[in-house]
Design a protein around this ligand. Structure first.
Ligand code: TRP
Length: 365
C-alpha cells in the first residue's frame, strides 16, 4: 500500500518554534527520507474560519505567512504538495456525508473540541461549523487516503474521531477509505513546548511565543527573559529542571554537536542538568547556550525566508499548483465515496438499465 502523509495548520498566525519541534521539523525529515509516496501539506483556512468567521482578513493574511514558514523550514514543493483547504471543494462534500456517521454526543465528548469551546467562551453558543470541524478534518485526511498524519499531541482526539468515521464508513458502505495512523513527536519535550513565560502552551494571545520569523535579536531577547526555576536565586542554589522552560527547550533543540561546539565542558544534556540540580550553574550561562543552539537552528530558516519573501508571487504559484494537484486526488476519492454510497446515478449504466427493465416489465403486465 502507498505510504501517504497528510497534515496541516490553521493560518491564524505565523508559526512558532512549538510548531517547529512538534511537527514541522519532522515533516521535513519525513519528506527527505524518501520513504513516502506522497506528502500533502494543507493550509487549513476553512477550518480557521470555523472560529474566525468574523475575521476572514486575518485568515487571508496568514495564508502566505504559513506558506513562507513552510518553505523556510525546508518543505520543498518538488517533493511535497502544499495546498489551501478551501480550494478543494470536494472536502466539503465528503464532510457532508460523514456528518451522517457521527453523533452530536460523540462530538461533545471530543476533548480537543471541549477545551477549545471553553477557551473561546463558546459555551453559550457554539457555531455549528466549529462544533463539526473534527468531521471536516476527517474529510481532509481521508480525501488523500493518508496512511500517516504527523501532528502534535493536541490532535490525538481528532485522529481518533477520524478513525471512527473511517471504520463506520467502510462497514456501512464497503471498504473505501484508508485507515490513518497518527505520528506523534518521539521526544517528550517536543510534544508540548511551553511558552517563554513557563505557561503550558505557546500562544499568540499570551504573547509568549518565539516565532520562526523572529529576528536574531528578538530570539535572543526572548530567551534571555525566559522564565526559569523561581527558587534558583543565586548561582550556588540547587535548581529544578522539571518544568523549567529553559531545560525543556534544550531537550527539544540541543544535539550532541551543539555541546561540542558551544559548551564543550559538558558531554550532553544529562551532565548539564545534573550540574544545575546540584547548584553552581547560573541561568545566564544556560540561557546563552540555549540561544546559541536555537540561533544555529533558526538562522538557515530565517535566511531561506528572506529569499522567499523576495518572490511572493512564486509562493502563491506554488500554492495554486499544489491546490490543483490536490483537487484531482480529492475528486478521485470523492467519486469512490459516491459510488460506495450509491449516489452515482448518472454514471451507473446498470442502474439505468435496471429501472428501464422494471418499467418495461410493468407495461407487459
Ligand atoms: N487541526 C489542525 C490544527 O489546528 C489543522 C488541521 C486541519 C489538520 N486539518 C488537518 C492537521 C488534517 C492534520 C490533518 O493545527
Amino acid at each position: 500500500m502507498a505510504k501517504i502523509i497528510l497534515t496541516g495548520d490553521r493560518p491564524t498566525g505565523r508559526l512558532h518554534v512549538g510548531h517547529y519541534v512538534g511537527s514541522l521539523r519532522r515533516r521535513v525529515e519525513l519528506q527527505n527520507s524518501g520513504e513516502f509516496d506522497k506528502i500533502y501539506i494543507m493550509i487549513a483556512d476553512a477550518q480557521a474560519l470555523t472560529d474566525n468567521a468574523d475575521n476572514p482578513e486575518k485568515v487571508r493574511q496568514n495564508i502566505v505567512e504559513v506558506a513562507l514558514d513552510y518553505l523556510s523550514c525546508g518543505l520543498d514543493p518538488a517533493k511535497s504538495t502544499l495546498f489551501i483547504q478551501s480550494m478543494i471543494p470536494e472536502l466539503t462534500e465528503l464532510s457532508f456525508y460523514y456528518m451522517n456517521l457521527v453523533t452530536v454526543s460523540r462530538l461533545q465528548r471530543n476533548p480537543t473540541v471541549k477545551s477549545e469551546i471553553q477557551m473561546r467562551n463558546f459555551e453559550a453558543s457554539i457555531p455549528v461549523g466549529f462544533f463539526t470541524y473534527p468531521i471536516s478534518q476527517a474529510a481532509d485526511i481521508t480525501a488523500f487516503q493518508a496512511t500517516t498524519v504527523p501532528v502534535g499531541e493536541d490532535q490525538m482526539p481528532m485522529l481518533e474521531q477520524c478513525r471512527e468515521i473511517v471504520h463506520k464508513f467502510n462497514s456501512v458502505y464497503g471498504e473505501t477509505l484508508t485507515m490513518p495512523q497518527i505520528m506523534l513527536p518521539d521526544n517528550q519535550a517536543c510534544m508540548r513546548l511551553p511558552g517563554i513565560d513557563g505557561k503550558a502552551k505557546m500562544s499568540k494571545s499570551l504573547g509568549n511565543c518565539i516565532y520562526l520569523s523572529d529576528t536574531e535579536e528578538d530570539v535572543r531577547t526572548k530567551i534571555m527573559s525566559m522564565f526559569t526555576d523561581p527558587n534558583h536565586l543565586k548561582v550556588s542554589d540547587p535548581g529544578k529542571v522539571e518544568g523549567n522552560p529553559v531545560f525543556i527547550y534544550l531537550e527539544a533543540f540541543a544535539r550532541p554537536e551543539h555541546f561540542a561546539e558551544f559548551l564543550p565542558d559538558y558531554a550532553g544534556i544529562e551532565e548539564l542538568e545534573e550540574h544545575y540540580k546540584r547548584g553552581g550553574l547560573g541561568d545566564v550561562k544556560v540561557k546563552k547556550f540555549l540561544n546559541n543552539v536555537m540561533q544555529s537552528e533558526l538562522a538557515p530558516i530565517r535566511e531561506r525566508r528572506a529569499q522567499w519573501e523576495k518572490d511572493i508571487p512564486a509562493v502563491y504559484e506554488i500554492l495554486k499548483k499544489g491546490s490543483e494537484e490536490a483537487e484531482k486526488v480529492a475528486a478521485d476519492t470523492l467519486s469512490k465515496v459516491r459510488a460506495a454510497m450509491k449516489i452515482n446515478y448518472f454514471d451507473d449504466a446498470a442502474l439505468i438499465k435496471e429501472q428501464m427493465e422494471k418499467y418495461a416489465a410493468n407495461k407487459e403486465n
